[in-house]
Design a protein around this ligand. Structure first.
Ligand SMILES: Cc1cc2nc3c(=O)[nH]c(=O)nc-3n(C[C@H](O)[C@H](O)[C@H](O)COP(=O)(O)OP(=O)(O)OC[C@H]3O[C@@H](n4cnc5c(N)ncnc54)[C@H](O)[C@@H]3O)c2cc1C
Ligand code: SF4
Ligand code: SF4
Length: 352
């Protein structure tokens, strides 16, 4: 059976990805006594969760973002976890054990020298990429006041008041467009990205609290109420924010600099137009080609839904944790990573 107390073992686990999923799995395995190497391609740990703003109002709204800082600190302090930031795994091969090389992510033109490594199990925790909305009919990349939800997080972290990127003025009418790049049959992205309804509602409530004169509209297909307490957060939000059940067809920039959104009224099906001065695209999760290549190299199944297979027993020592396996919130990622750590431990103790 997997170890439940800290007893030492010489078994080693490689974790690819130092986001909240990879670090949670690393901590669980280190606490069971295994040696863990975490390889993170970026200079900083924590993945997407570490880039999110706190959405607390009078009280914490349980967005989960601050769990990233706590998990990074715990992983950095654990003696059995070795952290390799700014590095990638290359040449991974499965034999009796996994053999690989840890290479620094070389700056262009700079030579890089890899360090060889071996592990008894590998956890792919390389997370997700946000959908790139360039080329959608909302003018992302052309109109500076059309931004993504991840860019909004950066603005909320940087300053207490939200301003229009085009001219620095405070916006008066702001819109969120949900499901950009998710639940989109034309792109083959049939999945719901799980986090973006709650993220938009929490961000809108925070902005409304900071800038009460700002009118906020959320355009949606249906609101996914994942997570603890979110039903009550949503009920409160409906009193503060306008929700329109429609997805605008396009954004047109007016000479005034305003952004005209056009949609069909949900009841009458009549066309409606309205001007906004800031538009946030709630872009969802997509998988990354490098992650898919790694998952094949270590022998994980690819079900063809755009993400490697999540959950279930790992194939011959290869496991997956967190949003690398499919869209998940932070809370779901932590639960999934802990479950994966137990599966890895069971494999190491029984499955060889
Ligand atoms: C705008 C936005 C708002 C969100 N708001 C919320 C919220 O309020 N509440 C909530 O619960 N969730 C929210 N989420 C979702 C949350 O970010 C995810 O649930 C969480 O980040 C998943 O963690 P992860 O570790 O699986 O993946 P990630 O956070 O993507 O971490 C993966 C890590 O792996 C690294 N990596 C990738 N490929 C490689 C490689 N080949 N080699 C080495 N390292 C690699 C990445 O650099 C990254 O550090 C939000 C997401 C976004 C984009
Ligand atoms: S869970 Fe979210 S809202 Fe609550 S304190 Fe942490 S970052 Fe802030
Ligand atoms: S969570 Fe909401 S916005 Fe995100 S894909 Fe699902 S339904 Fe769309």
């Amino acid at each position: 059976m997997p170890r439940s107390v800290e007893t030492m073992t010489d078994r080693q686990v490689l974790i690819i990805g130092g986001g909240i999923g990879g670090l949670t799995a690393a901590l669980a395995l280190a606490q069971m006594g295994y040696g863990v190497a975490v390889v993170e391609k970026e200079a900083a740990l924590g993945g997407h969760a570490a880039r999110l703003a706190c959405k607390a109002l009078e009280r914490c709204v349980k967005c989960g973002a601050c769990l990233a800082a706590q998990t990074i600190a715990a992983a950095a302090a654990h003696p059995r976890i070795r952290l390799h930031t700014g590095c990638r795994v290359s040449g991974i091969r499965r034999g009796d054990r996994f053999a690989f090389s840890i290479e620094p992510c070389a700056r262009e033109g700079a030579p890089s020298r890899g360090a060889p490594g071996e592990a008894d199990a590998v956890v792919l925790a390389a997370g997700f990429r946000t959908f790139d909305p360039a080329g959608t009919p909302y003018g992302y990349g052309l109109f500076p006041d059309v931004i993504t939800n991840l860019e909004l997080e950066g603005l909320l972290r940087a300053a207490p008041l939200l301003r229009r990127p085009s001219n620095g003025a405070a916006p008066t009418r702001m819109a969120f467009i949900q499901c950009v790049g998710s639940r989109d049959a034309a792109r083959g992205h049939l999945w719901c990205s799980a986090f973006c309804c709650a993220a938009a509602v929490r961000a809108a409530r925070l902005i409304k609290r900071r800038q009460p004169a700002l009118a906020i509209t959320i355009f949606y297909i249906d609101i996914q109420t994942f997570g603890r307490d979110f039903e009550s957060v949503y009920a409160q939000a409906r009193r503060e924010i306008r929700f329109v059940r429609a997805i605008p067809a396009e954004a047109v920039r007016r000479e005034s600099g305003g952004l005209l959104l056009c949609w069909l009224d949900d009841g009458s099906r009549a066309p409606v137009e309205e001007e906004f001065d800031l538009v946030v695209l709630s872009t969802g999760m997509t998988s990354c080609p490098e992650t898919l290549a790694l998952s094949q190299a270590i022998g994980l199944r690819l079900p063809g839904a755009g993400f490697p297979a999540a959950g279930g027993p790992g194939a011959g020592g290869a496991f997956i944790a967190g949003a690398a396996g499919g869209p998940m919130t932070i809370e779901q990622t932590i639960a999934d990573a802990r479950r994966t750590a137990w599966q890895v431990a069971r494999f190491l103790e029984e499955g060889r």
